[in-house]
Design a protein around this ligand. Structure first.
Ligand code: FAD
Ligand code: FES
Length: 274
């Protein structure tokens, strides 16, 4: 028996969807920062997706995915009542959350959904959470309403200026860092965004945590696919992360490794579309 989809919400039609999945054992143990690995059919690849939210009372977890290739396109064909073959988790180390004061959580793209669970965890222990979210335009912004339920403020940046400040999340973040005593910055999103946030916060000496999206296969430390360099040491993001000290991460190496199978991914996606 698989894992039943009990709710589906199209956040951006044909691009980003949210699925609520009945998985009571995972829901009861999931903590901010954890992820799951899905396999949607017997010969399917395994893909990691962050647990964006959970409801232990209803026995559900929520995932949000961007359609980028074959498996996410296939997942997008699933509807309420369909079952996902395997959902393995919760995986990864949970976020280290302690009461410390003001925490700025930065999210870009579907990273905003992943950041949501972490930001909520910080708010629940009494930290003052400022959420900074960015997208190309206002139609592509995710989770603004959800974040506003527990954030002290939600600051928005869009590339085209259709909402909030025109520009990048780093510009909004820099304005904020100049005039506030921030104890920690958390950033989740595309690697270039996390790299830019890290370079900025280094300048302001603010401790920063990023959640790395390296390629993963087993998710339990056996295959080595998720290797990342942090502080000059090889670390396995699935079991030692996915969160690391941003100022120690080799982002350029991560970007190169993420592009290792682009040709095969394109062939596989074209084959799926035929
Ligand atoms: P493909 O065409 O196979 O790949 C497109 C790109 O996705 C690749 O170039 C590569 O950069 C990346 N990718 C491919 N396979 C994997 C894999 N097995 N593991 C990791 N990355 C891969 N995406 C979301 O939209 N929402 C999330 O909440 C989310 N959380 C993640 C949490 C973690 C811990 C990690 C490691 C990744 C997360 N991702 C998330 C990325 C997601 O796993 C990939 O987008 C997905 O695997 C793409 O599969 P595909 O077959 O659709 O695309
Ligand atoms: Fe295999 Fe991390 S995904 S070791």
């Amino acid at each position: 028996m698989g894992f039943k989809i009990v709710k589906k919400r199209e956040l951006i039609p044909n691009r980003v969807s949210e699925l609520t999945i009945y998985a009571p054992d995972i829901a009861s143990k999931a903590r901010p920062g954890n992820f799951v690995i899905l396999r949607i059919f017997p010969k399917g690849e395994r893909i990691p997706l962050t647990i964006a939210d959970k409801s232990p009372a209803e026995g559900t977890i929520t995932i949000v995915y961007l359609v980028v290739g074959k498996t996410t396109a296939h997942l997008e064909t699933f509807q309420v009542g369909d079952e996902i073959l395997d959902v393995c988790g919760p995986l990864g180390k949970p976020t280290r959350i302690e009461k410390k004061g003001e925490v700025v959580c930065v999210g870009g793209g579907t990273g905003i959904a992943a950041m949501h669970h972490i930001a909520k965890g910080h708010a629940q222990v009494g930290n003052k959470v400022i959420s900074v979210i960015g997208a190309r335009s206002k139609d592509l912004l995710l989770f603004e309403e959800e974040l506003s339920k527990f954030s002290h403020k939600v600051l928005v940046a869009t590339d085209d200026g259709s909402k909030g400040k025109k520009g990048l999340v780093t510009q909004v973040l820099e304005d904020y860092l100049k005039s506030h005593e921030v104890k920690e910055v958390v950033a989740v999103g595309p690697v270039p965004m996390m790299k830019a946030v890290s370079e900025l916060t280094k300048k302001y000496s603010v401790p920063t945590t990023v959640s790395l999206n390296s390629i993963m296969v087993d998710g339990i430390g056996m295959c080595g696919a998720c290797r990342v360099s942090v502080g000059g040491r090889i670390r396995f993001a699935c079991v030692e992360g996915p969160e690391f000290d941003a100022h120690e991460v080799d982002f350029d190496e991560l970007m190169l490794r993420l592009r290792s199978y682009v040709k095969q991914e394109q062939i596989s996606y074209n084959h799926f579309c035929e």
